[in-house]
Design a protein around this ligand. Structure first.
Ligand code: ADP
Ligand code: TRP
Length: 331
């Protein structure tokens, strides 16, 4: 039986962080043996916020390097840059004819960006979901490993794919957001306000490139309180967040010990954060060092990007030819 197709992308907008790792990359790595995988750097999506051209290139190289340092094997998957695959913008153009202004304007990510950059509410921001749908269905994907924040975009992708199939004939499977656990993940920021992110909340986000001392400082500053006063009480969300991070990077013994201390009202958050910081450093530092080495070898990164581009274009051109034919663009 042929393998199911998996597609996912990360925007080249800055340093990767724990949210990208646990929401997306960890799943990529687990899927690379059993699925036909396409992973890419979404550099066109990054253009919606008009990045400095000087920063775009190092950001693209860094996303590639950090993916590999996290365990992705470019021999097993297609690892490429979105703008290297011209079939994607062509399919995007076709999907834009099937995407309605009303639904695009209602998208949560658009409304959020329209609020945060009122001077630059461009058409790329509005049509962000149709470009993302093109990224996914160009390889006729089944599964899309992403964090919880992408759920709505996936729903829109299914709508656009379904509309195409309905109007022109069956071509695209309807893909679903995927996580190996039961639910999609959201890694909260250390200050308890919102999620970890590449471009906002820098002091409350742990980046895969953070030095050991920086990790210690950020974790020791995470919000806590005087501790519970009644046994087995409910955790405030900012405390729950610290336990969640501990569950991801610490041993089961450490996690169980602090949970028992919490339930007995004996927890010392200072000790818990010290332990979490050391476990976090043991987790992040090998990735940081490997990524730094890879980033110094630009010719090697370029070779990987070239091989990824060839694999991605082979699949994309086949889908696009079928889409053109179904639409009637075959004169
Ligand atoms: P960012 O939002 O940090 O700029 P991207 O938008 O490029 O990152 O997201 C790349 C992937 O990382 C997506 O699959 C997204 O769902 C996931 N992701 C980003 N932030 C988080 C988070 N805090 N928790 C879980 N997943 C996240
Ligand atoms: N919109 C995604 C994000 O902000 C990035 C992305 C672009 C993506 N194209 C994609 C994710 C295709 C999965 C599949 O995180």
């Amino acid at each position: 039986m042929s393998k199911e197709v998996v597609v996912s992308g990360i925007r080249s907008t800055g340093y990767l962080h724990l949210g990208n790792y646990f929401g997306a990359i960890q799943n990529y790595v687990k899927m690379q043996d059993d699925y036909n995988c396409y992973f890419f750097v979404a550099d066109y999506h990054a253009l919606t916020t008009l990045p400095d051209p000087k920063e775009l290139k190092p950001n693209v190289y860094r996303v590639i390097a950090e993916n590999i340092a996290s365990g992705l094997n470019p021999e097993k998957v297609a690892l490429y840059v979105q703008s290297d695959v011209p079939e994607i913008p062509e399919l995007y153009l076709m999907l834009n004819m099937l995407a309605y202004k009303g639904e695009l304007e209602k998208t949560a990510s658009f409304k959020e960006k329209a609020r945060s950059q009122p001077d630059n509410i461009n058409a790329g921001l509005l049509t962000y979901p149709s470009l993302m749908a093109a990224d996914i269905i160009i390889h006729r994907a089944h599964k899309v490993p992403v964090g919880k924040d992408q759920e709505q975009h996936l729903e829109m992708t299914r709508n656009f794919a379904g509309r195409f199939n309905h109007r022109y004939g069956e071509l695209f499977p309807e893909p679903t957001a995927f996580n190996f656990g039961e639910q999609l993940i959201k890694i909260p920021s250390l200050d308890g306000k919102g999620k970890m992110s590449k471009s906002e909340n820098e002091n409350a986000t742990i980046y895969l490139a953070d030095e050991d001392d920086k990790i210690r400082k950020k974790i020791m500053k995470a919000k806590t309180d005087g501790g519970p006063t009644e046994q087995n009480s409910e955790m405030p969300d900012y405390i729950e967040n610290i336990f969640m991070l501990m569950k991801l990077v610490s041993s089961e013994e450490n996690y169980d010990k602090f949970l028992a201390d919490f339930n007995k009202c004996e927890i010392r958050y200072g000790d818990m954060k010290k332990q979490l910081a050391e476990d976090m450093i043991a987790f992040v530092s090998p990735i940081r060092e490997k990524a730094a080495n890879l980033q110094n070898d630009i010719p090697m990164l370029q070779k990987i990007m070239q091989a990824g581009k060839e694999k991605a274009r082979a699949s994309a051109s086949e889908t696009l030819a079928n889409a053109r034919k179904l639409i009637g663009i075959n004169y």
